[in-house]
Design a protein around this ligand. Structure first.
Ligand SMILES: Cc1cc2nc3c(=O)[nH]c(=O)nc-3n(C[C@H](O)[C@H](O)[C@H](O)COP(=O)(O)O)c2cc1C
Length: 343
């Protein structure tokens, strides 16, 4: 077993988290990851026609019914995400009023927007005072991590540019980002994210000061994930070069290069990206939102296929339990081998 500050904070067997993958459902995946000894995360489901508070509530109920293990949830705090205010106000109340949820839903991850909205919510403050919950926020750069510290987060998810799906304008690799954040905030609990799928990756993350890894693409290619079989079938044999950064209604995003992705620009600077995003018409926005529904139904050509460069190191679609056990075994072998290098 590998014990770290993160496994101790959350009471985990293994330092492995599933990354949130909204707007898609990841209820079965989160359950499988938590049951396997990692920490499963419920995604912020906001596909057209759904109520994000109700979706989270149903997932929370599902989790406490099926497992006694810890888990977490994600709230996308970007301005254009539906129902952010309602989620930060109502979800803490729902969790506080259910002792099993309060004890198990320990990991509250915000991302893609302000790190202050959740801690400013009175109901989250009440939940924090009466439970062991921890608030983490995704930080893709040092200056954004500083904002998280000012918002008094309990920890950071350090996501580099190679990661799949929701991205930032910063374009810093996970390798460099982790070293920067470890130097700047050595004592803050950190979870490494973006590009992880193997035991080697886990050992690298731990060496760089993280206490766990979070994986998205690796878990898409699992038997338990709710993604369409056609989506999963792109992972192996995918190559890192099959993905690229694009922009659209949700801001910067790493996509598999299909027809949908190639119809979007990949601007070279933050300014260019912002100019493009401001030019998006309401019709285009609806079309972009529809791309998530389409891919959920298996349209991997005109749907948005969010994947990271890590697809290049994923060889098969496996059971979540086997994925986690294999990574831990590999990591233990490497840590022991590395130790023998010391003379
Ligand atoms: C299908 C998909 C959907 C995603 N949706 C979200 C999301 O709702 N919130 C978020 O913070 N990150 C989201 N991300 C980013 C992941 O949480 C994570 O940063 C990424 O998967 C890490 O890179 P990896 O795919 O190489 O593991 C998404 C990623 C994918 C692949």
């Amino acid at each position: 077993m590998i014990e770290t500050n993160i496994t101790k904070i959350f009471g985990l067997k293994h330092p492995i988290f599933s990354a949130p993958m909204g707007p898609f459902f990841t209820r079965e995946l989160a359950l499988a990851v938590s049951e396997a000894g990692g920490l499963g995360v419920l995604s912020n489901v906001n596909i057209i026609g759904t109520d994000p508070v109700e979706e989270h509530k149903a997932s929370l109920e599902y989790m406490v019914e099926h497992t006694d293990k810890p888990f977490g949830l994600n709230i996308l705090t970007s301005r254009n995400n539906r129902g952010v205010r309602q989620m930060v106000r109502q979800l803490p109340k729902i969790v506080l009023n259910n002792p099993k949820m309060r004890d198990q839903c320990k990991y509250w991850l915000t991302s893609a927007g302000s790190s202050k909205i959740l801690p400013e919510s009175k109901s989250f403050q009440e939940l924090r005072e009466n439970s062991e919950v921890k608030h983490f926020h995704v930080a893709p750069a040092v200056w954004l991590a500083q904002k998280c510290i000012d918002a008094k987060v309990d920890g950071l998810v350090c996501t580099g540019t190679e990661g799949g799906g929701h991205q930032s304008y910063e374009k810093v690799s996970t390798l460099v980002l982790l070293q920067q954040l470890n130097k700047t905030f050595p004592d803050l609990p950190k979870i490494a994210c973006g590009g992880f799928a193997t035991g080697e990756g886990l050992v690298a993350a731990l060496s760089l000061g993280a206490g766990a890894i979070a994986m998205g693409s690796r878990f898409i290619a699992s038997k338990q994930s709710e993604f369409h079989d056609k989506y999963k079938s792109l992972v192996p044999p995918g190559k890192p070069q099959d993905t690229s950064l694009y922009t659209g209604a949700f801001g910067p995003i790493r996509l598999y290069k299909n027809k949908y992705a190639l119809s979007h620009p990949a601007p070279s600077s933050k300014e260019e990206m912002i100019t493009y995003e401001q030019s998006i018409t309401p019709e285009q926005r609806v079309h972009d939102l529809g791309a998530y529904d389409r891919v959920y139904e298996g349209d991997i050509e005109t749907g948005a296929v969010l994947l990271g460069q890590s697809i290049g190191i994923i060889d098969s679609i496996d059971d979540v339990n086997d994925i986690i056990e294999t990574i831990i075994k590999q990591a233990e072998i490497i840590i022991k081998k590395n130790y023998t290098m010391i003379k």
